[in-house]
Design a protein around this ligand. Structure first.
Ligand code: ADP
Ligand code: MG
Length: 201
């Protein structure tokens, strides 16, 4: 890790640290603190959400949409936005498994939508959990997968989005984030009750 990036890697609990290779993909060379990076990413996310709001009938459960949304959210900040992760992380499947696992998840989720396997919020929560579990990207997986879940609800199921933050900043360390990460960990062990409660299902 080079010194110029050392302030960008004090991640909150449950966030994926970036590799030196990935940090090189930062489009703003003057960024020196985690706070500045958060602000740049947030500006990109705002633009990405505006793009999403304009999509009338997007094919949400397609690989192309998964990548395009990540690029719209993070492409102003990271060169590798919208491309598969190539490095091993503390969270997520082996990088060589990402493509196939994502394919399987999208197929499952299409089936869940078509056959109403779960109530809408539960469907979105299960989809969200599996998507962050796969961790397709080097960074931004939590934010991307929350927006993906909301896109499933709003664009495919005509339901309101989830109130993920519940009045908190979910990117920062706080009680709500602790609950969120604990609920994801329980879901890793196939126990979904905490996550369902978290999303208000
Ligand atoms: N134990 C876990 N199991 C599954 N997902 C997790 C776990 N811990 C954290 N996560 C997810 O990973 C995200 C962090 O990954 P990251 O790529 O840094 O996303 P972001 O940059 O949007 O925060 C968290 O927001 C959460 O969604
Ligand atoms: Mg992160």
């Amino acid at each position: 890790m080079t010194d110029e990036y050392s302030n960008l890697v004090d991640n909150p609990d449950g966030a994926t640290p970036l590799d030196p290779d990935e940090l090189v993909g930062l489009k703003f060379k003057h960024v020196s603190t985690r706070g500045e990076l958060d602000q740049l990413e947030q500006a990109g996310i705002t633009e990405g959400l505006e793009w999403l709001a304009k999509q009338k009938h997007p094919d949400v459960l397609s690989e192309a949409f998964v990548f395009e949304l990540h690029r719209k959210l993070f492409g102003s900040v990271w060169k590798w936005a919208g491309t598969f992760r190539r490095t091993e992380k503390n969270i997520g499947v082996d990088p060589v498994q990402v493509a196939i696992q994502l394919r399987l998840l999208l197929d499952d989720a299409k089936y869940w939508v078509e056959y109403r396997t779960y109530p809408p919020k539960e469907l979105a929560a299960r989809f969200h959990h599996k998507l962050v579990y796969i961790h397709p990207f080097a960074n931004g997986n939590g934010r991307h997968a929350r927006i993906m879940a909301d896109a499933v609800l709003t664009k495919l199921l005509n339901r309101p989005a989830i109130d993920w933050a519940g009045g908190y900043a979910l990117e920062a360390m706080n009680e709500r984030r602790n609950q969120y990460v604990a609920a994801l960990r329980a879901a890793d062990d196939h126990n979904f009750s905490a996550l369902l409660e978290f999303v208000g299902a």
